[in-house]
Design a protein around this ligand. Sequence first.
Ligand code: ADP
Ligand code: MG
Length: 263
Amino acid sequence: YEKEPLNEATVRKSDANDKAGRPLVELRHVDKHFGKLHVLKDINLSVNQGEVLVVVGPSGSGKSTMCRTINRLETIDSGEILINGQRLPQEGKGLAMLRAEVGMVFQQFNLFANKSIIENVMLAPVKVRHMDKKKAYDLAMDLLARVGVESQANKMPSQLSGGQQQRVAIARALAMQPKVMLFDEPTSALDPEMVNEVLEVMTRLAHEGMTMICVTHEMGFARRVANSVVFMADGKILEQGTPDEFFDHPKTDRAKDFLSKIL
Ligand code: ADP
Ligand code: MG
């Protein structure tokens, strides 16, 4: 499919309001329990505008929970989360607005099964951003073209392959013109032959300057695309560094053990 870059209309590279070098997403001393389970332990993270952060770690280490706290699908016990310098509020209109800045793509594609592909992508801009339908349609078609599935626009999700559905899920998240995209193992549920088509779309987004936080086991992608890699285990960040530092010189036994199993 077409390899042309995502344009300004579909991806805001920067806002006049965004100061270069200021963290777009920041977690400060974030703690969370599920009952007795201490799932996030003093998590500190910051992702600057245009940066790609890859999060890796064994299953159960809290990666998904951390992602979900960033758009407040999960509450936190203590600490704070800032989006574009603003503290994530508990609820209300401010929360809805900040949430709209954060696009999220999950392992399961989560498309609305009873809506067509184009309707899936148009829905949030029309309902949440009150975009008029013609404009939302044009935006959605543009985004579907960018992820290479425009010919599927009038089909239902079940008629598409997993890789196509996941690309639609990315287009749907982009339709809200988020400032940051969170990807939680977006290729884990895909048949192997469909992994690359999704990683290609993500790589292109990164090259276009999208700020991204990606939980993934795709180490090739992490090496090529990440500015920074975070290794989590047991609810803690044990290592953070450049891809070369992390993959070539892991410091902790946990990371060495993890890498020996996955590489
Ligand atoms: P990862 O994404 O790294 O595999 P998760 O964030 O999904 O880890 O889970 C971290 C831990 O929290 C696991 O032990 C998991 O069973 C537990 N957990 C996740 N969600 C919930 C929940 N809603 N209620 C209780 N425990 C949960
Ligand atoms: Mg997970």
